[in-house]
Each structure stands twice: as structure tokens, then as C-alpha cells.
Design a protein around this ligand. Sequence first.
Ligand code: BGC
Length: 363
Amino acid sequence: MGQILIKGRFILLALVLMFFVSACEKEVVRTEKAEKTTPVKTTENKVSTNEKIKIGFSMDTLLEERWIKDRDLFKEAVEALGAEVEIMAANGDDALQISQAETLISQGIDLLILVPHNAESTATIVHKAHLAGIKVIAYDRLVKNADIDLYVSFDNEQVGEMQARAITKLVPKGNYVYIGGASTDNNAHLIKKGAFNVLKPLIDKGDITIVYDQWTKDWEPANALANMREALKANGNQIDAVIAANDATAGGVIQALMEQGLAGIVPVTGQDAELAAAQRIVEGTQSMTVYKPIKSLTTKAAQLAVALAKGETVGEYQKVNNGKIEVPSVLLSPIAVDLLNIDDTIIADGFHSRKDVYQTMNK
Ligand code: BGC
């Protein structure tokens, strides 16, 4: 009877234990599932196990010369820091940029760096990255109305000021055309603001009249060409100077001027120090460009991206308001380039070779 009682107790104990173990297993399965549905990032393990930090780079476009440099130099800089980068470009398509960013986020990146095509709609990307515990850096272009973690760019207002200063020196009085960038890009607004900081007193004095002022959809040369043709037509070719926001739009503007026999007569500005623009400067059809040493930008952005991804604090920076918050920002200085300093700037830096810049002159 006593033995039966002891056996019975054992059986009971074994049953209790079995129940307990199976409950624990269920708990493990439940937490694993929960982690899968809300993958919130923590990089602490990666840092301690020396696993590579992975950066996601979501780009608007690769259709312009500068962005290819940005892509290649950024990759180089990230890899030099022992991290890796996954790059996607959306070719100016907002929906595609959002879905590419979602793909990067789901691939387990530690930080997202973003060149927004559309300053407003990319706020949703920032929100989604944050939900997954991933910090976001706005690269070159600001994301508006979002809790962006950091903004790294050149001083775009200064770019516009440089363009207007250079051209008002050449043409202090007369009819001006303003060919802006893409209105969806915050930089286009900052560049225009900078240009008008310089132009306004001259407009108020009556020295300068803005006879045409238009944004250029997606910064495309074909759209700038169409706008410039319209400007020439509407003013019977009575135009003395053109401020084009970048070299791509300057290319379209100069083509329109060429059609009227005015290329090289009407000064035109630009930005980016693209090879074609540097060649136009030495040929005399473009007056200036604004050189932004891309390598300084990619080096700085890569350092900050890897540091933030590792959870390090990155110091105190100046603040830029994006409509929602004061974004900690690093703004590098652009350089105005014309025929006088082209050799000492973009050629001396190896941004373009002397041979390439003067190539069309030696034909
Ligand atoms: C950049 C310029 C570029 C333009 C068109 C701007 O946001 O700052 O360098 O030319 O986009 O791609």
C-alpha cells in the first residue's frame, strides 16, 4: 500500500514536471514569434561580437554624374571603416524609393542613409525605420516633417548666394531668368533663397528684373530646355543673364540659348562641377559652377553613419529646422568655380583631369 502511494507521488511529480517543461517551450515559441513580427534593432551584440555593421543607402537617382560619385565614394568610405553598405536607387520614383527602403529595413540594416527624391513623402520611410529601431541620416537633401536623426550636406543657401554673386558681377543690371531645381527637393528651395538674398536689393533698386522664374521638374535638362525656350519666346530673346540651379539644368538652358545664337553671350550659372559643365566653362558657354567636393561629404557621412549605427553619440551639431524638429546637421562649404580658378580647384583636387576638362578645346 505504502509502495503504491510512493509510486503515485512520483507519477504526479513527473506529470507536473512535464506540464511545466511544455509550458516553457510554448513560451519560447511565443517570444520567438513576437520577435519576428516586430524586429526592433539592437546593435550591441554586433558591436561586441565584431559582426559587420550594415548600412542601407537609399538614393533618389543615379542619372546624374554626381550621384555616381556619391555612390562609389560612400561605399569606399563605409568599407574603409570595416562596415558594409547595401545601395538602392529609385530613379525619381517616390513609391519605388519607399518600397526599396522597406526592403533595406527588412534586410536587417543597422542604419539607413537617405537621399530623398521627395522631401515630404520620404517622411514615411523615417517613421518605418524608427519603428524597426533603425536610425536615419538625410544625405545631401533634407527630409521634411520627420524625426530625422542627422542631416549631412553642403550649405545649399550658400550655393545660391555664390551663383547670384558671380552672375551679378558679370551682369549688374538687366533681365534675369531663374531656372530653379525640382520643387520637391528642399535643396532647390534653399538654393533659390540664397540666390534671392543677393538679388533682392538689386531687384528693389530696379537694376534687375526677373522676367521668368520656374522650377524644373526632377532637375531634368529636357525640362529646363523647354522652360528656357519659353522664357526666350516670351521675352523676344531680351534676356541678359540666367541663374540655373545646377549643371544639368544649365545644360538645357545653354542648348536653348544656342538655338537662338545666344550661347556664350548670355551668362549662365550652374552647380556640381560636372565634367560637361567644366568643359562649357573653358569653352565660354557657362560662366560658373559650384564645386562641392563629394569626397568630403561621403567621408563625413560614412563616419557618422557607422558611429550612429554602433550606438555611439556623435557630438553637438548646428540645427536645421525641417518643419517638425531641429535636426542636428553638418553643412560643408561649397566653392565657386569659374575660368579663373578651375585649374586650382576641381582640376587640382583630381575631381576631373585637366585633359578631360580641356578635351573639347583641343579638338
Ligand atoms: C543636389 C545637387 C544636384 C541636384 C539634382 C540637389 O539636391 O544638391 O547637387 O545637382 O539635387 O540631382
